[in-house]
Ligand binder design. Structure first.
Ligand code: ATP
Ligand code: MG
Length: 160
């Protein structure tokens, strides 16, 4: 039941200085960071990561957004972590994302606005959607040697 998920703090989150606050949210709920690095994605890599969206009308804007500056890439681990992380992240459109979620607390723009402006929607964060995506995305972003198994306080106070 312990799962790993790929989480990216997108260039808008990094440039706005929200890395620390967002990482804190994951740490506070007892999830464990098992890999972390900054990566400046190029167009070719964007097409690999967002393969499912390449043919969509918003892809051009999405590619511009994800290649705008460095992202903070993380692998985060915990009990059924993929679903929990998506819950903390919130739905894709910040306008409709509930307060308390990362996208609801740190952004407010709508699909209509982003589409009218030809922009990828700036929603700060990516998180793997399901087990298959998590496996594929972690392999794309991280070498095995960059991922760490270790004990932390959560193993004692949350998991046991
Ligand atoms: P992510 O894959 O980044 O975690 P998500 O799974 O919530 O986000 P997807 O449908 O996979 O959403 O879309 C990928 C990203 O593309 C979104 O996070 C957003 O930045 C952008 N995006 C999605 N739909 C639109 C749209 N209609 N207009 C502009 N940008 C969009
Ligand atoms: Mg997605």
């Amino acid at each position: 039941m312990i799962q790993r998920s790929l989480v990216l703090l997108k260039p808008d989150a990094v440039a706005r200085g929200h890395m620390g606050e967002i990482i804190s949210r994951f740490e506070k709920i007892g999830l464990k960071i098992v890999g972390m690095k900054m990566v400046w994605v190029d167009k070719e890599f964007s097409k690999k990561h967002y393969e499912e969206h390449v043919e969509k009308p918003f892809y051009k804007g999405l590619e511009a957004l994800i290649t705008l500056g460095p992202v903070l890439a993380m692998v985060i681990e915990g009990v059924e972590a993929i679903e929990t992380i998506r819950k903390v992240v919130g739905p894709t459109e910040p306008k409709g994302a509930p307060a308390g979620t990362i996208r609801g607390d740190f952004a407010h723009v709508s699909y209509d606005y982003a589409d009218a402006e030809g922009l990828g929607i700036k929603n700060l964060i990516h998180a793997s959607a399901n087990k298959d995506d998590a496996k594929k995305e972690i392999a794309l972003w991280f070498e095995d040697s960059e991922l760490h198994s270790y004990k932390n306080v959560h193993d004692v106070h949350i998991l046991k």
